[in-house]
Design a protein around this ligand. Structure first.
Ligand SMILES: Nc1nc2c(ncn2[C@@H]2O[C@H](COP(=O)(O)OP(=O)(O)OP(=O)(O)O)[C@@H](O)[C@H]2O)c(=O)[nH]1
Ligand SMILES: [Zn+2]
Length: 221
C-alpha cells in the first residue's frame, strides 16, 4: 500500500487540517515488522532505565508494549483497521436528532504518550441515510486509537460521519481526562477537557441545547 492509496481510503487526506501527521513511509513496514522494531526500541528504553531484562516478569515487556502499541493503542493509524460505516435508507422517515451518548473513549495523548480516558457524545440529523448505531462507537474508537490531541479527535469523528452520511449535520462533544495533566505535571486529578464540533444544523444554538439536554438525560434501565 503506498501513500496515495492510503489517502484514497479517505480518513487522512493530505492538506486536510484534521489529518493525523504521518510520515511518507508510514506503511512501508508491516504490523509484524513494526512490532519487531518497537520491541527493540522498548528494550533499549528499559535497559537505559537500568532494568534487568533477564528478570522473569520484565523479559516479555518489550514485546508486550510493542504489540499493545501497534495492534491496540495505535491500531487506528492503520487505515485497513478503519471500520466500514455501512449506511441505510432512512425508510422510517425519522427526521429528528439521533444521539449516541456516553461512548467510552480510550486514547493516547500525542505529547506524552499517556492515556486519555473519557466519554464521547455523537449526534446527527439524517439527510436520507442512517448509520448503524454501533458504527458511531466504532468510529470514535478508531480515531481514538492514535496518538491524539482531543481537538483533532473530535473533528475527525465528525468529519468521518459527515462523509459517510452525506450531511454536514453532525456533532460531537468529548469530555475526557488526560493523565498527562492528572498524574504528572500539574497533577490535577479533578480537571477534565471538553471539546465540541458542531457541523451544519448544529451551528444553531437551539440544536446545540437539544443535543446537550439529551446528553444530560439520566438513563435508568
Ligand atoms: N490542546 C491540547 N493540549 C494537550 C492535549 N493533551 C495534552 N496537552 C497539553 O500539551 C502540552 C504540552 O506542553 P509542553 O510544555 O511541551 O509539555 P510539558 O512540559 O510536559 O507540560 P506540562 O504538562 O505543563 O508539564 C501540555 O500543556 C499538555 O497539557 C490535547 O489533547 N490538546
Ligand atoms: Zn499529554
Amino acid at each position: 500500500m503506498n501513500y496515495e492509496e492510503i489517502d484514497d481510503i479517505g480518513d487522512n487526506h493530505i492538506g486536510d487540517v484534521t489529518r493525523t501527521p504521518l510520515r511518507e513511509d508510514a506503511f512501508v513496514l508491516s504490523d509484524e515488522e513494526k512490532i519487531e522494531k518497537i520491541q527493540e526500541n522498548v528494550l533499549e528504553i528499559m535497559q537505559t532505565l537500568g532494568l534487568d531484562l533477564t528478570d522473569d516478569s520484565l523479559k516479555g515487556t518489550p514485546r508486550r508494549v510493542a504489540k499493545a502499541y501497534v495492534k491496540e493503542l495505535f491500531g487506528g493509524l492503520n487505515p485497513q483497521n478503519k471500520p466500514r460505516l455501512s449506511t441505510f435508507e432512512n425508510n422510517y422517515r425519522y427526521n429528528e436528532m439521533l444521539v449516541e451518548k456516553n461512548i467510552v473513549v480510550y486514547s493516547t495523548c500525542e505529547h506524552h504518550l499517556l492515556p486519555i480516558i473519557g466519554r464521547a457524545h455523537v449526534a446527527y440529523i439524517s439527510k436520507g441515510r442512517v448509520v448503524g448505531l454501533s458504527k458511531m462507537n466504532r468510529i470514535v474508537d478508531h480515531f481514538a486509537k492514535r496518538p491524539q490531541v482531543q481537538e483533532r479527535l473530535t473533528r475527525q469523528v465528525v468529519k468521518a460521519l459527515q462523509e459517510a452520511l452525506g450531511t454536514d449535520d453532525v456533532a460531537c462533544i468529548i469530555d475526557a481526562k488526560h493523565l498527562c495533566v492528572n498524574s504528572r505535571g500539574v497533577k490535577d486529578i479533578e480537571s477534565s477537557t471538553v471539546t465540541a464540533e458542531f457541523g451544519g444544523a448544529f451551528k444553531n444554538i437551539d440544536k446545540q441545547k437539544e443535543f446537550r439536554d439529551y446528553i444530560k438525560l439520566e438513563t435508568k434501565f
